[in-house]
Design a protein around this ligand. Structure first.
Ligand code: DP6
Length: 323
């Protein structure tokens, strides 16, 4: 059996930062994101009964040991569910290089979960697919669905994502790739350190549920301003918790601060734009689709040679081919 699946990255508007249970990949809080329509990951999983062990390639090239180990332990999980011991060959790739600053683990593990579960003959509901993807990378639970998506904290059975109805709320995201390099501290280690050492982390865990409630209300009302303000303040709070860690986790560069200044300036100039920042220096700007080109133009004018991507709301994971 062989299956190919395609999944898109997502950007959290209310962030996931820290785990309650590492083994089961259960988050300390719920989170809420927008699935993008750019930079998808396409992954093919082929069962290989004659092979000794799993093989994984990145567009045909061998993977780093660390990445291979993570894929193997995920395949172990799928084999456990399927009652199989057959190794697999995995080939994966992004349409845009991982360096573009969009988390590829969300699209990567959503695509791997869909392709592997199909190749091993599991017929999972979308909910169970989201629970499975969660085990590869937390944020992957959300990339199973398109548009606005909430991922519940819960326990192993109840920690899955679900799409949110968002009538009348049209969102675009302009991604400013200020620094395409690999981040100094991976998000997994950074969230672990924040939870263990930052005195602000408890306040973060306490405040996210009410931020989620406010965000759901803003979405139901299609109140773009409230969605943007909540998203920006949540991202700043997440980075504030990290700055309190020992040693501190600081992803921001001078470019990050300059981009935040520009977003504030855009608002003063009458273009409603709000910033969000993940585990890296890049700034993503939430705006209305009709303003996206103007936002991108202002960034291009302010930062020489900057890579810019414009995204709308994208679809959930899809199995393209199964043989
Ligand atoms: C800052 O989902 O990559 O992007 O579960 O350890 O694989 P693991 O972490 P991951 O973390 C994403 C962190 C974030 C915020 C978010 O997407 O909610």
């Amino acid at each position: 059996m062989s299956a190919t699946a395609i999944a898109y990255p997502n950007i959290a508007l209310i962030k996931y930062w820290g785990k309650r249970d590492e083994q089961l990949s259960l988050p300390a809080t719920g989170s809420l994101s927008l699935t993008l329509d750019i930079a998808p990951t396409r992954t093919t999983v082929t069962l290989a009964p004659e092979a000794d062990e799993d093989v994984a390639t990145w567009r045909g090239r061998p993977m780093l040991d660390r990445e291979l180990a993570r894929i193997r332990s995920f395949l172990e999980l799928v084999r456990g569910l399927a009652g199989s011991r057959t190794p697999a060959v995995v080939d994966t790739g992004n349409e845009i290089p991982t360096g573009a600053g969009l988390a590829s683990s969300a699209s990567g593990f959503a695509a791997l979960a869909a392709a592997a579960s199909t190749a091993y003959g599991l017929e999972l509901s979308r909910r169970d697919l989201s629970r499975l993807a969660r085990r590869g990378s937390g944020s992957a639970a959300r990339s199973v669905f398109g548009g606005l998506v909430e991922w519940y904290a819960g326990d192993d059975a109840t920690s899955y994502a679900e799409p949110l109805p968002a009538q009348g709320l049209n969102l675009a995201l302009v991604v400013a790739v200020l620094d395409p390099g690999r981040k100094a501290v991976g998000s997994r280690e950074a969230m672990r350190r924040t939870a263990a050492t930052s005195p602000f982390y408890g306040a973060w865990v306490q405040s996210v549920p009410s931020e989620l409630t406010q965000m759901r209300t803003a979405i139901t009302r299609a109140d773009f301003t409230a969605v943007g303000e909540l998203a920006e303040s949540n991202a700043l709070r997440m980075h504030a918790t990290m700055l309190g860690a020992v040693p501190p986790v600081r992803y921001w560069t001078g470019g990050t601060v300059a981009a935040l200044d520009l977003v504030a300036q855009l608002r003063e100039d009458g273009i409603e734009a709000y910033a969000t920042i993940d585990a890296g220096p890049n700034v993503k700007v939430l705006c209305r689709p009709q303003d996206a080109a103007a936002v991108a133009d202002r960034f291009a004018a302010a930062f020489a040679g900057l890579d810019l991507l414009i995204s709308g709301s994208g679809p959930g994971v899809r199995v393209e081919e199964a043989r």
